[in-house]
Ligand binder design. Sequence first.
Ligand SMILES: Nc1nc2c(ncn2[C@@H]2O[C@H](COP(=O)(O)OP(=O)(O)OP(=O)(O)O)[C@@H](O)[C@H]2O)c(=O)[nH]1
Ligand SMILES: [Zn+2]
Length: 341
Amino acid sequence: MTLTYTDLGWSDFFQSQQDADGDLTPYRISAVHRDKLTGLSPNGQIQLLPDRLTGEFAVGDWVLANAADQVCERLERQTELSRRAAGTDARVQLIAANVDVLFITTSCNADFNLARLERYLALAHQSGCYPVVVLTKADVGEDAADFRVKAESLAPALSVLTLNAKDPDDLKQLLDWVKPGQTAALVGSSGVGKTTLTNGLTGSADAVRDIREDDAKGRHTTTARYLRRMVHGGWLIDTPGMRALRIKDADEGVEEVFSDITETAQSCRFSDCAHNGEPGCAVVAAVKDGSLEQERVVRWQKLQRDEERNSETLLQSRRRDKGFGKMVKSMKRDHKGRKGY
Ligand SMILES: Nc1nc2c(ncn2[C@@H]2O[C@H](COP(=O)(O)OP(=O)(O)OP(=O)(O)O)[C@@H](O)[C@H]2O)c(=O)[nH]1
Ligand SMILES: [Zn+2]
């Protein structure tokens, strides 16, 4: 079957970035390898040679390549999903590009965690993707409707689907959210059913899991991401091996997810109110009168702290560590001094 550029997700946004002569060919990146890229065009799939480190490309990117299959340009992204890399590394790690819909996947069991959902929602808002919460294992034991109500409480008009990932009929619910030519990405913890969903939505049983790398702790993780065609003509990016999501530079996303709280906080007497017992704190007052939920405020404060810390540059975190080291030293000195009394 021949695909057109429109089928691949090409739009006016990318067209306007085409080179004037039009002698370069656009390709959609379907896989990023150590030293090469896989690109899709109406002529099929080819290997492309990157013009910079492949870590600067994401699955879903559009690039322009010359007749020798060398990438000459990476087009500006409509949306970009990224997180802070694992370990002590402060770098940004790209997850996917030009994603329209983010399927935030969790299951109707112990994996369900409101704080984690909020983190993924902040990622969606920050990147410009439309979030849809997918609750799998609705067919198993516990009452799926309860989980749904809890998830829906996170934002007004939040789209929440409950389903059995193994049931082809249930999967139609997801297809409704992605138009042909649009791209969705699946995120969520290990074991929630991402592979099952990917196989069901793309009609392939061979989840390609061939690139294994050691992470910081020496564990093997599957890091390959692929752009796959969904049965109805949309595109799907699975994100295997994403053990934890550390959001970075997502302060606006966090603000959006907690807009009810941030709006209330504008009425605090002090503009830098930490909502920790300051006089005239509107957030504490709202918790008291029941218009804000205490646990949600606590989750907001924690997510804000995490986000700030993840967004520090390496230099800032070194300074913080140094400052902390100095503080410990001076405390030790003080302690010694006091002992002398
Ligand atoms: N009953 C039921 N089982 C499910 C459902 N979704 C997934 N499973 C099962 O849960 C197990 C884990 O599913 P996977 O699709 O491998 O989960 P994953 O998110 O891809 O996990 P990783 O590969 O570790 O990232 C498999 O045994 C699935 O068959 C569901 O909605 N209902
Ligand atoms: Zn306050």
